[in-house]
Each structure stands twice: as structure tokens, then as C-alpha cells.
Design a protein around this ligand. Structure first.
Ligand code: AMP
Length: 290
């Protein structure tokens, strides 16, 4: 596995592979890798001869007071995990390489950030779209894989590539969870054992929403209330939002539907956690690690 820090060198390498008729799959990450990231690598490997992963903690997507400085970083461990998974190249650019000066042109998607995390993280998705656009231009992959754990992000990226004619296929992979249901996240590293127990309420509460829907509750408000009630049973969890939205437009839904997205976010101490399910599938629609 090669570790590349220079965008031009990476683009050259990718073009060499593609000139031979071989496909390139791409998995962008912020590092602190876990099995959720590695399952994305597996999906990319199933779709392409070569997998490229990027590890870049993107300053543009962190707001003031968020955890940019504290975000866990361990390049060697990340590289070891990726090499063991058969990744061909890791792109590890510095912030100075990605942003020689503050970008004055950024991507926005006003309609798609009115719900879920959008109102709570001003500027976040602008930072995400801008860095992903840059990465897709640098890597020029055939396919790029994202996780449904960050459903709003995945949808925004899919729309960006469709609306702006990026020549890439976007693949969205199911959420990978611990055996007890907790969605894998780099931010789980912030949790102590008591915090981890509190965090578990998030997936449990979404499952309560799924059960309400499966049991005949059709009104979105009532489904959301079932989630809120479960969240309220855990004093260590401070809910931020619970919403039922359309999978494609992220607009609020008045009624349940199997393919509607039930999403929630909140804090355990200073750690912000998000999770979501497809209403009809519940946690069973996702992947569990052994
Ligand atoms: P991050 O490093 O948190 O920016 O995540 C990089 C990619 O991994 C994004 O596409 C995430 O949606 C995806 N990802 C993170 N956690 C999970 C998970 N538990 N299951 C599936 N994909 C995930």
C-alpha cells in the first residue's frame, strides 16, 4: 500500500490504473478508523480493482466550539488497518495542501440542510460538500462509497454529483453497529463506560419508533414521540432532534412509510452522536459486527 500526500502524484497514479482499464473505488474518511469504515472499503473492493482511502480531518466542516482539535488522529494505526484490508493507496493530505488559502468558492445545498443536522451545525455541510468535491476531483474514482450512518451527508453528496455532473457512481452502505446496536463512530472513543451505556439509548429509541410504526402507528408525530419517550428514560443523554423525513428530499413526513428515514441526534456529555434507521427496516436493516 502506498501513502500519498501530494494530490498531483495521486491523480497520476489513479490515471495510470484507469488507463489500463482498471476501476478505482474511493472511500473518504477522517481517520480514527473502525469496522464501519472498513466495510466501506470492502464494498469499494467489490466494485473496483483498486481501492483508495483518504484520511483527512477537514477543518472546513467543524464549527467554532466543535471537536476539530480533539478529533482522534492516529495515522499509523489507520494505515495498518487499511493495508490489512487490501487498500492500494491512502491519500493523507495536509490542511495546507488542501487549503493553501481559505476557499472563497464553496458548495451549498440550502433545501437539503433545513432538517436533521443542518440547523444544528451551521456551515458543516458546506464544508463537507466542498471537501468531497475537491477529493473527487483529485482522485477521479469510478465509484465512491459513503455510509448511511451519515444519511444526510450521503444524500447531499449523491445530489451534488448528480446535479453537477460528477462522473462518479455514489454507493451508500448500511450502518455498521456493535452487537448491542450502538452505531460505530470515531466519536465513540470519547465515551467512558457509563457514557457508552447512555449512548446506547439512541439506537434503542429509534428501534422503539420502528416498533410503533410496525405496530400500526402511522402519524409521524406519534412515531417521533415514541422515540422521544425512550430517549427521556436515559438521563445521561440530551436529545437534540428526532425527525421523520423523506429519504430523498429530507423534507419532514407527516406519515410513516417503510422507506422514510427516522433520525435522531443528541449529546452524551460533550460528545455529539447521531443515528438513523429506515422506518420499515429498523435496526435489523443494518449490519452488526460479531
Ligand atoms: P468519517 O470518518 O466519520 O467522516 O466517516 C467516513 C465514512 O464512513 C462516511 O461515509 C461515514 O458515513 C462512514 N461511516 C462512519 N461510521 C459508519 C458506520 N457505523 N457504518 C457505516 N458507515 C460509517
Amino acid at each position: 500500500m502506498i501513502v500519498v500526500r501530494d494530490p498531483a502524484a495521486l491523480r497520476r497514479w489513479v490515471r495510470e490504473q484507469r488507463a489500463r482499464g482498471e476501476r478505482v473505488g474511493f472511500v473518504p474518511t477522517m481517520g480514527a478508523l473502525h469496522e464501519g469504515h472498513l466495510r466501506l472499503v470492502d464494498r469499494a473492493a467489490a466494485a473496483a480493482e483498486h481501492v483508495i482511502c483518504s484520511v483527512f480531518v477537514n477543518p472546513l466542516q467543524f464549527g467554532p466550539g466543535e471537536d476539530f482539535e480533539a478529533y482522534p488522529r492516529d495515522e499509523q494505526r489507520d494505515c495498518d488497518l487499511l493495508a490489512a484490508r487490501g487498500v492500494a493507496a491512502v491519500f493523507v493530505p495536509s490542511a495546507a495542501v488542501m487549503y493553501p488559502d481559505a476557499p472563497r468558492v464553496r458548495l451549498v445545498a440550502p433545501d437539503l440542510i433545513r432538517t436533521l443536522c443542518g440547523p444544528h451545525r451551521p456551515g458543516h455541510f458546506e464544508g463537507v460538500l466542498t471537501v468531497v468535491a475537491k477529493l473527487l476531483h483529485i482522485v477521479e474514482p469510478d465509484v465512491a462509497v459513503f455510509g448511511r450512518k451519515d444519511a444526510q451527508q450521503a444524500l447531499l453528496i449523491r445530489r451534488m454529483t448528480r446535479d453537477l455532473d460528477f462522473p462518479v457512481t455514489i454507493d451508500v452502505a448500511p450502518t455498521v453497529r456493535e452487537p448491542d446496536g450502538l452505531a460505530l463512530s470515531s466519536r465513540n472513543a470519547y465515551l467512558d463506560p457509563a457514557g457508552r451505556r447512555s449512548a446506547l439509548v439512541l439506537s434503542r429509541a429509534l428501534e422503539a419508533g420502528h416498533r410503533a410504526w410496525a405496530g400500526g402507528v402511522a402519524d409521524a408525530g406519534a412515531i417521533v414521540e415514541a422515540v422521544r419517550q425512550e430517549l427521556a428514560r436515559e438521563p445521561g443523554f440530551a436529545p437534540q432532534y428526532v425527525e421523520l423525513v423523506d429519504q430523498e428530499t429530507l423534507a419532514p413526513r407527516a406519515h410513516g412509510a417503510d422507506d422514510a428515514l427516522l433520525a435522531a441526534a443528541g449529546h452524551v456529555g460533550v460528545t455529539r452522536l447521531i443515528d438513523n434507521i429506515l422506518l420499515g427496516a429498523g435496526l435489523a436493516g443494518d449490519v452488526r459486527v460479531a
